[in-house]
Every structure is written in C-alpha cells, then in structure tokens.
Design a protein around this ligand. Structure first.
Ligand code: UTP
Length: 314
C-alpha cells in the first residue's frame, strides 16, 4: 500500500478518471478510438488530465475503462522500442514527449464491464483507494477546466468546511438549460465570493425555473462516504446510477457539500463542436502551429473565402 504524506496535510492522493462511457456523440471515430485519446494538438485529452492531477499533488490516477477501450491504459505503458529508436536517431524532443506521461502519476486500471452510469463508474473505483484515504477527486476527462489549479482551490474549501466540494461555473441565464444547475445558499462565514453551500441540483432546467446561474463542471472532491451513498441509490433511466443522486442523498442527510465557482474557461472534449474549439484554442497558443493557423483562419473567415472541405457523406 502506498504511504505518503498527502493526506496528513489535507492533500490529495488519488484521482478517479471515469473513461468507460460509449462516446456516442463522437461516433464514428469512437467506434475504435476512445475519445480520451483524441489529441488536443498533439496531446491526448487523458494526458492533459494526468497533468492536472499531478499538478494538484495526486500520485495515483485510477482510470475506469471498459473492455472495448483498452487503448487508454496502453497509452500509459512504456514503449521501449519506440524510445530506443527515438534516442538512437537523436530525436530528443520527441523522446521527452513520449516519456512525459510516465513521470506524472501512477495510472491504474479499474474495469467497468458495462456502461451503467457515472455513479456506477465511480463506485467501481473504491478498491483502488487506500484504506486511509478519506477523500479523492473525480476528473471527467472530456471536460477541460482551465487554467489548471481548481483542484487546489477545492482542497482548500474542504480543509475549511469538510465534506464534499464540487466545481461550478457562472453562465449567462439563457445557457443554463444545457447544464446541471446548482441550488445555492451563502456560507455561514466569509469564505469569499467563490464558495457557496449546495442545497441541491437541477438537471437542465428551463431558464425561468433555474435556481441559479452556476452550473456543474466535471471536477468533484468527494468524501469517501460517497461509496456508501452510491450503494443506497436506485438506478435511473437506462439502469444508470447517477453520481448526482448520491450527492443529493448526502446533502439530504446533512453532509456538507460546497461548490467552488471557478473563474476560468472550459472546453467540452466530448463532442466534435467543443473538441474543435479546444484544438483551435490550444493550437493558437502553440509556438509551432499558432502563427500559421492564425493567418489561415483570418483568410478562411474573410467574406470571399472559398472552402474545399467538402467530401461525399458516404
Ligand atoms: P458522458 O455521458 O459525458 O460520456 O459521461 P459518454 O457516455 O462517453 O459519451 P456520450 O454521452 O455517449 O457521447 C461522462 C463521463 O463518465 C464516463 C464517460 O467516459 C465520461 O468520461 N462514464 C460514463 C463512465 O466511465 N461509465 C459510464 O457508465 C458512463
């Protein structure tokens, strides 16, 4: 069993990354390529998540995978032939890129045989935690929360209030109906404008029924009691266990649940529209690809541009 000091200073040891979903919004690509391996410029989303986990001080990443998505764990294996070939050819920069993922976190696989929902996926990860870990984080790999650092803020909220800490974003009122929306109240001390107590959550409400304009993001700092709550909730539609139902149960039973309202950006890598934005955003910041992309986009967006990007549908 791993022994480190992270928990003794209120830190984080394990992040759970549920990656066993079907990825239907990204078909046909996800028929064979897990969406977590699709590259943002040249780096798979799952490696960006590993970087975020390492930055928050986590040493272990429990990746929940499905039998048909074994490529995700293969990404964390060393490829000695590739590495020695790059080395002998003097391709140092490429070698460093290939090796980087192995220095971040210790990735361990957790199997979810059938896609029975996010709550079920998180429940599968219980055995990956050490006995003395009383909290862990869940990072949804298709939700890039930027800039990195929100987990550190959430850990600070847990140090102050205990319990479970969620991550939220303010959105314009006319966008709330696309998201899970928090029902919030002020905290009972001066925790600052970015922390609220959570009373509940409403999934995709009409704008006029929304309890707030703070919506849920894919970062959770969960108290270990979540596993017990997951065992006590009923499956919803499609037999899926919802993580939010287990969190609601904890709230009903008086367990403290707070949200940290992140003031940054996010990209949804789970659908082509969000993924393309992420690629463009990251590529524009890239020294190699940024300048020419910027120029090309300028030309492409001009009124008289002609597109050649048409291929037959079948
Ligand atoms: P999503 O619903 O966003 O992802 O689940 P999905 O099911 O892969 O994609 P679509 O909706 O069919 O396009 C949120 C996260 O939870 C994981 C997914 O892999 C994703 O990272 N998940 C979901 C599981 O690990 N197991 C499940 O049973 C369901």
């Amino acid at each position: 069993m791993t022994a480190d000091n992270s928990l003794h200073n209120g830190g984080l040891r394990t992040v759970v990354v549920p990656a066993a979903g079907l990825g239907t919004r990204f078909l046909p690509a996800t028929k064979t390529v897990p969406k977590e391996l699709l590259p943002v410029v040249d780096t798979p989303g799952i490696e960006l998540i590993a970087r975020e986990a390492a930055q928050a001080g986590a040493s272990r990443m429990a990746v929940v995978t499905a039998p048909r998505k074994q490529g995700i764990m293969a990404y964390f294996d060393r490829d000695e032939l590739l590495e020695s070939t790059l080395e002998s050819r003097g391709k140092t920069a490429q070698l460093e890129k290939v090796q980087a993922v192995n220095t971040l976190v210790d990735a361990v696989a957790v199997n979810q045989d059938r896609p029975l929902g996010l709550g079920h996926a998180v429940g599968c990860a219980e055995s990956a935690l050490d006995d003395d870990e009383d909290c862990f984080a869940v990072l949804l790999p298709d939700d890039l929360v930027l800039p990195f650092g929100v987990l550190n803020e959430m850990l600070e909220v847990r140090r102050r209030f205990g319990g479970t800490v969620l991550c939220g974003f303010e959105v314009p009122e006319d966008e709330v109906s696309n998201y899970g929306v928090f029902d919030l109240e002020e905290t009972d001390d001066s925790a600052g404008s970015q922390v609220r107590k959570v009373r509940g959550m409403v999934e995709k409400p009409d704008a006029e029924d929304a309890p707030s304009t703070v919506v849920a993001a894919g970062r959770y700092l969960l108290d270990r009691t979540i596993f017990d709550a997951l065992r006590r909730i009923e499956p919803g539609k499609g037999g899926e266990l919802q993580l939010t139902d287990a969190i609601e149960l904890l709230i009903e039973e008086g367990h403290p649940v707070h949200v940290f309202i992140h003031q940054g950006g996010r990209h949804d890598l789970g659908n082509p529209g969000g993924y393309i934005r992420a690629c463009v955003d990251f590529a524009l910041n890239d020294d190699t690809y940024g300048p020419s992309l910027r120029q090309w986009l300028g030309n492409r967006l001009s009124a008289d541009a002609v597109s050649h990007a048409e291929v037959p549908a079948e």
